[in-house]
Design a protein around this ligand. Structure first.
Ligand code: AMP
Length: 281
């Protein structure tokens, strides 16, 4: 495994590999790695010849500075995990490497309505930051295959529209959410939960499962109301949203038309930690 902190030598190495006819798989992360991230690496290894993983906690996508300051970092452990997973290349850039001119975006493009709904509504500016960093990382690595987790469903849609808009020659692979046995979606943020809170945190999964299992039997408002109750009864202090949306557009759906593929999504706070999850229906 080779570790690069600077762009120039990384790009040189990648050009060499591409000239040898090797395909490049790319897994962007913010570190504090868990099995969810490792499943993306695994997928990349089965699809591409060379797997590149980046670890960069992108300040531009945090609307809340305290959340950025508290974001977990486990660099030594991350390197060990990536080595064990047979990752070929790790990219660990500093902020200046990614944003040499500060956070001034030269991206005069935004992902339209996706920027302002659900995560975008509750985290203003978040997806602008995601687009800035993804555009930069994709320009540096120029991968053939990109691997992202369904766990961040809206982020996957935003990045898809970024790729489409700029005609980036990369294929996006969406990998299923890895969960704890309780159903809780694995997340770096779970590290900030106490053992008890971690057990209660599966409430968000149970709420989404309730929607999925009862979608044909109950009106949508009732489904969302019950789901919200499950989250509150699990000990979550605040729910940002429980939503049932068109899986292709993320616009809200109000009735169970069988021709529309749907996704249920939720975001809620447990002990000051904001958790998100979603489930295709
Ligand atoms: P993050 O480090 O949280 O920015 O996540 C990096 C990538 O890993 C993103 O594409 C996430 O969607 C993905 N990811 C995070 N958690 C999971 C999970 N539990 N299962 C699968 N992929 C995940």
């Amino acid at each position: 495994m080779i570790i690069f902190k600077q762009i120039a030598p990384l790009v040189k190495k990648l050009h060499q590999l591409k000239n040898e006819g090797k395909s490049i798989g790319f897994v962007p992360t913010m570190g504090a790695l868990h099995n969810g991230h490792l499943s993306l690496i695994d997928h990349s290894r089965t699809v591409a010849d060379v797997t590149v993983c980046s670890i960069f906690v992108n300040p531009a996508q945090f609307n809340d500075k305290a959340d950025f300051d508290r974001y977990p970092a486990t660099p030594e452990q991350d390197i060990l995990l990536l080595e064990k997973e047979k990752t070929d290349i790790v990219f660990l850039p500093g902020v200046h490497e990614i944003y040499p001119n500060g956070f001034i975006s030269n991206l005069s493009w935004s992902p339209n309505h996706l920027e302002n709904i659900l995560e975008g509504y509750y985290r203003p500016g978040h997806f602008r930051g995601v687009c800035m960093v993804m555009h930069r990382l994709l320009s540096i690595v120029e991968p053939d295959e990109l691997f992202m987790g369904q766990k961040d469903y809206q982020q996957c849609m935003v990045v898809k529209s970024l790729i489409d808009h700029f005609f980036l020659p990369v294929h996006i692979n969406i990998v299923a959410t890895q969960r704890e046995t309780s159903g809780l979606a694995m997340s770096s943020r779970n590290m900030r939960l106490s053992a008890t809170a971690k057990l209660n945190a599966s409430g968000i999964y149970r709420a989404l499962l309730f929607i999925k299992e009862n979608i044909s039997d109950l009106p949508f408002e009732e489904l969302k109301h019950h789901a919200q109750e499950i989250i509150t009864n699990a000990g979550f202090q605040k729910t940002d949203y429980v939503a049932i949306c068109d899986a292709a557009t993320l616009l809200p759906v109000t009735e169970n038309s069988p021709s529309v593929k749907k996704v249920a999504l939720a975001a809620a706070f447990l002990d000051g930690v904001r958790l998100i999850d979603n489930m295709l229906i």
